[in-house]
Design a protein around this ligand. Structure first.
Ligand SMILES: CC(=O)N[C@H]1[C@@H](OP(=O)(O)OP(=O)(O)OC[C@H]2O[C@@H](n3ccc(=O)[nH]c3=O)[C@H](O)[C@@H]2O)O[C@H](CO)[C@@H](O)[C@@H]1O[C@H](C)C(=O)N[C@@H](C)C(=O)N[C@H](CCC(=O)O)C(=O)O
Ligand SMILES: Nc1ncnc2c1ncn2[C@@H]1O[C@H](COP(=O)(O)OP(=O)(O)OP(=O)(O)O)[C@@H](O)[C@H]1O
Length: 487
């Protein structure tokens, strides 16, 4: 229980009606989840408007309402708090309700189009190896000390974030590494958190279904760095076109990293194989078990972050060499007949191109490269032709298939992908809507020594069709077929 007035600390309030000395048992933004004596926050969403559910919330037991637009009638036994921005108010109310847990550990946020999960997860691995209890909020999982849970969001809502952070504090965690998505920033889910540091990876075409323009997407990401205090650090990628922009007018201590230019933290790939690469970081060599330029870049961000958080260079280098690839991110198996099957979460043009370039850096070109790829339904349509073009330009054979068609007709999505294949490459692809059959076909066609890339789903264990998530895992599928064909 908390007094309403205590959880309103730092909330910008326009008007109060009723007593703020009442006890509040919980914070809720969904009228279907009301508990007795909770405060209901009415949010304006993309589908519904929480203000339409205020009466329902009161009927179900809410005793305080935080809202933007006056309701038609006010109930006498309820306290009303009028605010200009309910999402922002929710962020502060949630932080206060859980006693501002972000102030009690070192919280680092990772943002950018690609690499958030990889960096947050590897930082979690690194600091755990360094002997600390660590929390993780990522797209793949939530880790609180020794316990792990499946995640539903990249950046959860502010109530969940503060609840998780509070549990991390209770479990004795000293650090938490979290992914900060552009949706999370735009919806102010991270607004009341005190960050010790922020990391920018890169920015490319994504989520324009939500943000509408690239400029808006970019500005939303930048606002995360604008909000960092002087006491925090900000680490950015000098190799990305938007790397310097992200830190413009940012008060935090700035560090730039680069694998191409001169920066505070420099890295070079000296040698690369399928099972790892030799890196030179600020004139010290280290063998790491990850590959690809993008992972070299991720490791520089991790190195810079670990130094900012107080680890010594020597300690960081030792731990870097032990880090293992993240589930569904360039995860590979080698079959009996030396077919290499790679499962990767690449579901943006940029990520797909990076994965294919990484394969090109390592392959001998005596073998064939098969790429199985699709694009999600009810999401950014513009990337569909682009991803098909990238796949056909960088592979010997491409199988276009479904990837979470959701409520769209999968064949229509595939038509949009096919439209992107350049005329000279049209003989390079086949379209097999059923992802199971697509992977089967790639496994059947592949010969000794060939490479199969299955892109888009990574760690996911479902295929989402018309609101139903059917079990589906790319790694399981490819292993089964390679075994079935005795390859
Ligand atoms: C597009 C988007 O971000 N949507 C988020 C948004 O939902 P919305 O605007 O559709 O909400 P709405 O359904 O219109 O409802 C508005 C309000 O009315 C309330 N309501 C609604 C119905 C009702 O009966 N009673 C009631 O009180 C809702 O609880 C809500 O507060 O606000 C909700 C409450 O905060 C979020 O749960 C929801 O995330 C949905 C689940 C989602 O899928 N978001 C994705 C796109 C997302 O956030 N993804 C990013 C990562 C993306 C990436 O990098 O790939 C993430 O951080 O996970
Ligand atoms: N720094 C990077 N630059 C480009 N691609 C990357 C980078 N790091 C990882 N990738 C690739 O991008 C894809 C997504 O990686 P990751 O899950 O780490 O990113 P993310 O930002 O968390 O994405 P999402 O929010 O969609 O989960 C994978 O294909 C991965 O191999």
């Amino acid at each position: 229980m908390k007094k309403l007035k205590d959880i309103l600390y730092k909330v910008s309030i326009d008007a109060v009606r009723g007593s703020t000395s009442i006890d509040i048992s919980d914070i809720v933004f969904d009228s279907r989840k009301i508990t007795p004596n909770c405060v209901f926050i009415a949010q304006k969403g993309t589908i519904s408007n929480g203000h339409d559910y205020i009466e329902k919330a009161i009927e179900n037991g809410a005793t305080a309402i935080v809202y933007e637009d006056d309701p038609a009638v006010f109930s006498d036994h309820v306290t009303y708090i009028k605010v200009a921005d309910a999402n922002k108010a929710l962020a502060f109310i949630a932080a206060n309700f859980y006693d501002n847990p972000s102030e009690k550990l070192s919280l680092v946020g990772v943002t950018g189009t690609n690499g958030k999960t990889t960096i947050a997860t590897l930082l979690h691995q690194l600091f755990t190896k360094a002997g600390y209890k660590v929390g993780l909020l990522s797209t793949v999982k939530i880790v609180i000390g020794n316990d792990a849970y499946t995640a539903t969001h990249t950046t959860p809502d502010s109530i969940s974030i503060n609840n998780y952070l509070n549990q991390m504090v209770q479990a004795g965690c000293s650090y938490c590494f979290m992914e900060v998505s552009s949706h999370g920033i735009a919806q102010k889910r991270t607004d009341a958190l005190v960050f010790k540091g922020g990391i920018f990876t890169n920015l490319s075409h994504d989520h324009l279904d939500y943000h509408k323009t690239f400029a808006e997407y970019r500005n939303v990401k930048k606002s995360f760095f604008d909000s960092l205090p002087k006491t925090a650090f900000a680490i950015s990628n000098a190799d990305d076109k938007n790397g310097a922009f992200m830190l413009q007018n940012c008060d935090a201590k700035k560090t730039m990293y680069s694998i191409q230019n001169v920066a505070d933290v420099n890295g070079k790939i000296i040698e690369s194989q399928f099972n790892g690469m030799l890196l030179n970081i600020n004139n010290q060599e280290v063998w790491v078990q990850l590959i690809g330029k993008f992972n070299a870049s991720n490791l520089l961000a991790i190195y810079a972050t670990a130094l900012e958080l107080g680890l010594s260079k020597e300690e960081v280098l030792v731990h870097l060499s032990t880090l293992q690839s993240v589930s569904g991110r360039f995860q590979f198996i080698v079959s009996k007949t030396k077919i290499t099957a790679i499962v990767d979460y690449a579901h943006t043009p940029d990520a797909l191109e990076n994965v294919l370039k990484t394969i090109a850096e390592i392959r001998t070109f005596n073998e064939q490269l098969f790429t199985v790829v699709g694009c999600g339904g009810n999401r950014d349509k513009e990337k569909r032709p682009v991803m098909a073009r990238i796949a056909t330009e960088n592979s010997d054979t491409v199988i276009l298939t479904s990837d979470n068609p959701r409520n769209e007709d999968p064949f229509e999505i595939l038509k949009e992908m096919e439209a992107g294949v350049e005329a000279q490459n049209t003989n390079k692809y086949l379209t097999i809507e059923d992802r199971h059959q697509a992977i089967k076909t790639a496994c059947k066609m592949a010969k000794e020594g060939d490479i199969i890339l299955i892109a888009g789903k990574g760690h996911e264990d479902y295929q989402e069709i018309k609101g139903v998530k059917h079990h589906f895992n790319d790694l399981e599928e490819v292993i089964n077929f390679l075994n079935e064909f005795n390859k």
